[in-house]
Design a protein around this ligand. Sequence first.
Ligand code: VG1
Ligand code: CO
Length: 580
Amino acid sequence: FKVSRVETTPFDGQKPGTSGLRKKVKVFIQPNYLHNFVQSSFNALTSEKVRGATLVVSGDGRYFSRDAIQIITKMAAANGVRRIWIGQNGLLSTPAVSAVIRERVGADGSRATGAFILTASHNPGGPHEDFGIKYNMENGGPAPEGITNKIYENTTTIKEYFIAEDLPDVDITTIGVTNFTGPEGPFDVEVFDSASDYVKLMKSIFDFESIRKLLSSPKFTFCYDALHGVAGAYAKRIFVEELGAQESSLLNCTPKEDFGGGHPDPNLTYAKELVARMGLSKSEPQDEPPEFGAAADGDADRNMILGKRFFVTPSDSVAIIAANAVEAIPYFSSGLKGVARSMPTSAALDVVAKHLNLKFFEVPTGWKFFGNLMDAGLCSVCGEESFGTGSDHIREKDGIWAVLAWLSILAYKNKDKLGGDKLVTVEDIVVQHWATYGRHFYTRYDYENVDAGAAKELMAYLVKLQSSLSEVNQIIKGVRSDVSNVAHADEFEYKDPVDGSISSHQGIRYLFEDGSRLIFRLSGTGSEGATIRLYIEQYERDSSKTGKPSHEALAPLVEVALKLSKMQEFTGRSSPTVIT
Ligand code: VG1
Ligand code: CO
């Protein structure tokens, strides 16, 4: 093939957010739009990460992925990349990409040093919806801010890109290697099975035999919803073939370009079918819901865990996994190195860390911050309130790993009970956890697609308000006299304990005397307008009160949050778009 140099001009707004660049498909398909971003990424990397390198290119299979894979392959060839690895049909979940970078060894001993992951995660897909791209590094984790800032800078000055226009399209449906020769020598494209490397890694972490006993027991019923995302490419292999679940326990496990027209976000609002099956929908009561249910997002790095008629908050989930990991999961049998959560995630994990005397870290939102801790051997288990849970087996959150972690805990607690006794349920495990550690009532209000100017004004107002705690507490007393005082308020800033880098403006915090917290931040993953996230949390140690419905317990704090922020005045919204 030949290498062409193509002149181009910058596009505005190619700034990677919390997790890569996410825009409407109609933005991405503009001539040169994707090309500019990819060339800017190559230019942001050191030369040995490009020339002669092996790179992975794949994603959640959303609309435009197939075209994007061909474009990136041709640009990689032209930029001197030696080898491209592609999951069959262009499918690799985000955690599987991380696993492939860390674990996969090619026939000639080659290893990947990076990846372009094609996904907009939980955002809908299709010609009128979202596409996205992000770059992951040689540790398998998202590029740190140093690199994403450089990519962005490059996009603002880009003048040219390189592409092998005459390279034939590669057949991504068939497993195998295709060899090409360019001006600098050989270039190979290898299409491989999307699941094998990931399945192998899962089998090295968990005790599949004990999970199989649980899943194949007639007493235990199970349901998994991939919401037509890429998790479907793994679910049958792992849950049915390896672990003996019924095939009928898989919902929406065929990956689709448009996620079947749905919103591939595993929460109580969007995973409707699973939520109904688990007996959590008032309008569709069920006689016998399954004992355990779970869902994933488009790229399968998120998870929602449900019991029979029971929702596990993600903040509780990571705390419960951390509390039980050493006993229930062979990978952790020699102990946890430490645990970490994102700032807005509830403090349920903090309490576990204290009890078990574990190192603990609070990082800004987004998975890239956990990676440094893990690379330095400081953190084993971590999570976010946004349905992200994971460990140092890879450098991304991992939806199927979280399900296997829960199944391991259930298998461990029920190992003597599969014969006849009543099973220990998901709900039992959570209620027991609250009895030991107390309960963190928690909810998140999302105001999606708010006018960007209005969102900025609201945030600026809240920052300004922080300078006078007495004014804050006066407002609160005027709204609810039963809510405690704010003891401290700030904008969260994080200093990475490993490399010393500083991330500022990571969300506005109001910390109350009784341990309650109100947090406000702007989303960094949307593709239109602004999304305001309001996180509300309250700790209850008294075990006679931990059973209250969450919305009841949090009602006073919610009222305070809305009044304090003048939410309706600024945004014109009387209620949030989504409550999780
Ligand atoms: C959201 C979540 C954050 C998560 C990020 C990527 O970011 O809040 O916790 O890490 O999505 O998840 P933001 O900036 O919109 O709040 V995924 O599954 O979309 O890659
Ligand atoms: Co995701």
